[in-house]
Design a protein around this ligand. Structure first.
Ligand code: HEC
Length: 151
């Protein structure tokens, strides 16, 4: 994404932060029978369906962040799924070029151009290292075991 920002400018490069636009996501999902999601703490589109465990973990991560407790990756499983979750933080300075403060890291002009294309309201004016979302990798356990057996 860094290279894209240099070559195409901020607004064009923003498409690389759209998970469902990345072809790698799609092929990984197929190869490993996994559903890959990024789940926002604030402003998560309702169209993305979460299972009860994902909801529970989302709440738990959010609670930890609000209470300044450390957040770590986590694995949960039952008979049907294996769920890997991990926090997503703005730990790279580059992230703040789009998710930082409007008028500071992000110019008013770029903010307007980005807002015209994306609903970024809850995704700007964020702080360095702030944890804003989680990764969720939801594996279909039966399929996973089957595919490992075929290796
Ligand atoms: C060039 C601009 C840009 C940069 C740099 C950028 N993002 Fe984004 N990010 C966006 C845009 C635009 C969206 C909204 C995408 C959408 O609505 O589909 C977004 C959405 C997100 C979301 C919401 C999750 C989701 O799927 O809805 C997270 C989390 C996120 N970014 C994390 C990061 C992190 C971490 C970095 C640094 C490694 C980063 N972003 C760098 C533009 C950027």
């Amino acid at each position: 994404m860094s290279a894209a920002i240099d070559q195409e400018g901020l607004v064009n490069a923003a498409r690389f932060c759209q998970l469902n636009q990345l072809s790698a996501t799609d092929s990984l999902e197929k190869e490993y029978a996994v559903e890959i999601k990024r789940i926002r703490f604030i402003g998560q589109p309702v169209s993305v369906k979460l299972n009860n465990k994902e909801k529970e973990l989302l709440d738990a991560y959010q609670y930890s962040v609000q209470n300044n407790q450390p957040v770590d990756p986590n694995v949960q499983q039952n008979d049907t799924y294996m769920l890997y979750t991990a926090p997503i933080s703005l730990s790279n300075q580059m992230c703040l070029k789009c998710h930082g403060s409007v008028g500071k890291e992000l110019s008013q002009k770029d903010w307007e151009a980005l807002s015209a294309k994306y609903s970024l309201d809850s995704l700007v004016n964020l702080k360095p290292n702030q944890t804003i979302a989680i990764w969720s990798l939801l594996f279909d356990k039966k399929e996973l075991v089957k595919r490992i057996g075929e290796e």
